[in-house]
Design a protein around this ligand. Structure first.
Ligand code: FAS
Ligand code: PHB
Length: 394
């Protein structure tokens, strides 16, 4: 049976971007419906990002979505960067006007936003995949989704494409209307969640001749660790013993390895790439988050950029519905893309600096020179610290 529904803003996707936009619009009494293809359990269990920038954390608190984040998030005033067999600390807060990052898993952000959504009573459809977007050039754009055997046509004033890199929004548009720029890397990240206390209370980015490693965390008893591996490798090639051995090797310095082993609770491999889709608006469709851009996770910018897009898109929709002022809507794509490219540049720079090119000695020397300058030149250190802590709000 075909059912018709209407709202003001249709939101495709219940990741951080879609959920935050739904929360903000509902606070403004702007009707919106979130349509998510996966189950609630699935989206709440997806392990992804872990670092929240200073300004983004402040924004989540300001809009009533940061209460548990403020209580349980781990505040970090520095980050470790280990190379040349030695430990180096970048004093983030000293270099960035006292600002800090908060380590708090993306799935916790998603859980908090879903809880707010359900408490508000505003509609969210799980296990409902959007299969069509229509009328994006008209005043009444619509999406079609399937839910519990019914086909639903949902019409609104605007459609927010918050459906990530594998979503339909950035593919539903005439290819001539959207440009897509992409870069891929010859390596990927193997990530694990381990039931083991983090070795120290700060993140450790390590550049070792054998490859990249990152020592992060989710709590005082759960570690989040990554290894840079060759693109195309699979989990079957990485038994636990090999993962731990490689982490000990790459995170060892003259003071030994800090790695604490424990049961591996989750493991996955994610390819590294840059993607930018432009413009981020086509007619009544607005793209936000991974639907519009992807960054390699080395700079911890993916989720922060997604939430920052939503901060801008919400301001624009708020101005339209309150004052019929379309200027922010018309300026959204340019504003979001300017910030997106800063995130792309920073994430690319961090990736190129920390992932050794084992077969290119010249490139490796250039990388090491860049890393050494971070700890010998306070101006360079300050620029990196400010971008790492608060790029999306600068
Ligand atoms: P999301 O992808 O989170 O959400 C999009 C939602 O849309 C999904 O729930 C999806 O099911 C839904 N959807 C898709 N198509 C749909 C359709 N047709 N109909 C309805 N719903 C649909 N960032 C970091 O900063 N650090 C990291 O370590 C890190 N690791 C990552 C690992 C992986 C495997 C991936 C894919 C990303 C990682 N990221 C990381 C980036 C990640 O955190 C994203 O930036 C963040 O999820 C972006 O949020 P959204 O834009 O909301 O997109
Ligand atoms: C994480 O904790 O998952 C994390 C931290 C820093 C990054 C990427 C991922 O750059």
């Amino acid at each position: 049976m075909v059912i018709s529904r209407t709202t003001q803003v249709v939101i495709v996707g219940a990741g951080p971007a879609g959920l935050l936009l739904g929360h903000l619009l509902t606070q403004d009494n702007i009707d919106n419906i979130i349509v998510e293809r996966r189950s609630r359990e699935h989206v709440e269990s997806r392990v992804r990002a872990g670092v929240i920038e200073y300004g983004v954390a402040q924004f989540l608190r300001d809009v009533g979505a940061g209460e548990r984040l403020a209580r349980e998030g781990l505040v970090h005033h520095g980050v470790q960067m280990w190379f040349d067999g030695r430990r180096h600390r970048l004093p983030l807060s000293d270099l960035a006007d006292g600002k800090s990052i908060i380590v708090y898993g993306q799935q916790e952000v998603v859980k908090d936003l879903i809880a707010l959504r359900l408490a508000s009573g505003a509609p969210i459809e799980f296990s409902a995949e959007v299969t069509e977007l229509d009328g994006l050039a008209s005043d009444t754009p619509s999406v079609v989704y399937e839910s519990q055997g019914d086909v639903v046509r949902l019409e609104g004033d605007y459609v927010a494409g918050c459906d990530g890199s594998l979503g339909i929004s950035n593919r539903a548009v005439d290819p001539s209307a959207l440009g897509r720029m992409e870069r891929t890397y010859p390596f990927a990240w193997l990530g694990i969640i381990a039931q083991a206390p983090p070795a120290i209370d700060e993140l450790i980015y390590a550049r070792h001749a054998r490859g990249f490693a990152l020592y992060s965390m989710r709590s005082h008893s759960i570690s989040r660790l990554y290894l840079g591996i060759d693109a195309g490798e699979t989990l079957t090639e990485w038994p636990d013993s090999r993962i731990w051995e490689e982490l000990h090797t790459r995170l060892a310095t003259e003071d030994g390895s800090p790695v604490q082993e424990g049961p591996i609770l989750e493991r996955s491999i994610a390819g590294l790439r840059n993607v930018v889709v432009a413009p981020m608006r086509v007619g009544r469709l607005f793209l936000a988050g991974d639907a519009a851009h992807i960054v390699p996770p080395t700079g911890a910018k993916g989720m922060n950029a997604a939430l920052s897009d939503v901060r801008d898109l919400h301001r624009a929709l708020h101005a339209w519905y309150r004052d019929r002022d379309a200027r922010l809507l018309d300026g959204y794509s340019e504003l979001a893309l300017e910030r997106t490219w800063r995130a792309e540049e920073f994430s690319t720079s961090m990736t190129q600096m920390l992932h050794p090119y084992s077969d290119l000695p010249f490139e490796s020397e250039i990388q090491l020179t860049r890393l050494r300058q971070v700890f010998s030149n306070e101006t360079i250190a300050t620029v990196l610290a400010r971008n790492y802590v608060d790029l999306n709000s600068l």
